[in-house]
Design a protein around this ligand. Structure first.
Ligand code: DQA
Length: 141
């Protein structure tokens, strides 16, 4: 069975609490459950991981490479906009990575319009809420 890792960056553990007018009321746990259910339908093994720390996410990307994981979906949170370290980590591995954002980052503050991560990903999905993760799963499949 192909293995997909879903990496959630900083503050995404606060979904449901955090700015619900932008991110809604659904919790990360509930989104992860739906991802896993969809993985079952698609015969994909899904593992979800969240960290508020840049280095942890980099470690996870490197671990995915070592373990031969087949695809990665990442919502890098605010690291999207400035983390060259995360970008370098993605560029270092040959696993297809899809960047997902719940909100449409291009409709928001100027600093959110740039992603330093997108150029090293196979694609980016944003603005569809938690459905974006399911779309990313479909794209990886
Ligand atoms: C986000 C968008 C980022 O700009 C923000 O910092 C987040 C969430 C999103 O999913 O819409 O933490 O990645």
């Amino acid at each position: 069975m192909k293995e997909i890792w879903v990496l959630h960056g900083p503050n995404l553990n606060f979904l449901g609490i955090r700015e619900p007018s932008i991110y809604g009321f659904e919790t990360l746990e509930s989104m992860n459950q739906r991802m896993k259910a969809e993985g079952d339908n698609k015969n994909l093994s899904i593992q979800c991981y969240q960290s508020n720390h840049e280095g942890d996410l980099i470690d996870k990307l490197q671990e995915a490479h070592q373990k031969g994981i087949h695809g990665i979906i990442i919502n890098p949170g605010a690291f999207t906009h400035y983390s060259y370290a995360l970008r370098d980590a993605i560029a270092s591995i040959s696993i297809p990575v899809i960047e997902v954002h719940l909100s449409n980052i291009y409709q928001r503050e100027n600093f959110r319009h740039a992603s330093v991560i997108a150029p090293v990903c196979v694609g980016q999905i944003c603005g569809f809420g938690s459905k974006g993760y399911l779309l990313a799963l479909e794209a990886l499949k």
